[in-house]
Design a protein around this ligand. Structure first.
Ligand SMILES: [Zn+2]
Length: 285
């Protein structure tokens, strides 16, 4: 596995959080489900077939049903907790670094790692090396996490986990607002409390308003199979420009914040789904 030690002005992948961070959960269940539903609808025949073969039989070929599995196994797989995020110093840029051989236990390193494992799908020895079902479930989940802006957030506030706010009248932490509150409020207010309606609206934008951008979202530099560094760089920028902006301890976040940030949530969910599909299509051909 490559390593991802970050320098002073760069994003910090591993250390600090290995010991200090409390559990963080990425998008909530609905956010991850939205991303996996979008992704599964865009798979090539070969990728759709491989995903079907790898998914547990009981989910009946529904990737979204197990898209939050990686959050649920954090306590059993304690080693996996740091794979869900990246911490940065308080600088709004990110760069992955391989220096000093420190293990890359962060979301960018994990996406690369699980992509490499899945590339062995057609080799005779894969069963002996990896559990590719788990690799698929981790990759599908972590591709969502890297698109949640506060999963590439500042180490000092644990990606917004130590910033107490009010989401309208309820107490929350900023991280949770981005994981869950904004999606739930959007579902209640605009989508008849129906997650599938929100998926449909995002799909409509993917094939309409955003169609020209989608090709760029899908592409990966230097013919790589996965490009988490691009997604992480966008993530810290979105965290600075939108998630953290104007927020202090005890801020009350209401319509001004919600309505100006919701387009960012929609776009990041769309990008997560499009890129998960593109990555799986590259992996499985
Ligand atoms: Zn997660």
């Amino acid at each position: 596995m490559a390593s991802c030690k970050m320098q002073m002005i760069l994003a910090l992948c591993p250390f600090v959080m290995l010991v200090t961070i409390p559990a963080t959960y990425g998008w909530g269940t609905d956010g991850h489900s939205i991303i996996c539903k979008i992704a599964q609808s865009r798979l090539s025949n070969a990728a759709a077939d491989a995903v079907k073969q790898l998914l547990p039989k009981w989910v009946e070929d529904d990737l979204a049903a197990v898209c939050s599995w990686a959050d649920r196994v954090k306590f059993r797989y304690r080693w996996s907790s740091p794979l869900h995020f990246i911490n940065t110093p308080e600088i709004c840029s990110y760069r992955y670094s391989n220096e000093d051989g420190v293990a890359d236990r962060c979301v960018a390193g994990a996406i690369n790692n699980y992509t490499s494992q899945l590339l062995t799908y057609n080799s005779a020895s894969n069963e002996a090396q990896y559990n590719l079902t788990e690799s698929l479930l981790f990759l599908s989940h972590l591709m969502g996490d890297v698109h949640q802006p506060l999963h590439v957030g500042f180490a000092a506030d644990k990606g917004g986990n130590t910033i107490d706010v009010h989401w309208y009248k309820r107490k929350a932490v900023l991280h949770h607002v981005w994981d869950t509150n904004m999606i739930e409020t959007a579902e209640e207010r605009f989508y008849d409390s129906n997650v599938d309606s929100m998926v449909d609206a995002i799909q409509h934008n993917i094939t309409g308003e955003w169609a020209k951008e989608v090709k760029r979202w899908e592409s990966c530099s230097l013919n790589k199979t996965a490009c988490p560094d691009i997604y992480a760089s966008e993530g810290i920028k979105a965290a600075c420009d939108w998630a953290y902006k104007g927020v202090e301890q005890k801020s009350v976040l209401e319509d001004d914040y919600f309505l100006s940030r919701l387009p960012v949530v929609h776009r990041r969910l769309a990008q997560g789904g499009v890129r998960l599909a593109a990555t799986l299509n590259r992996i499985f051909g």
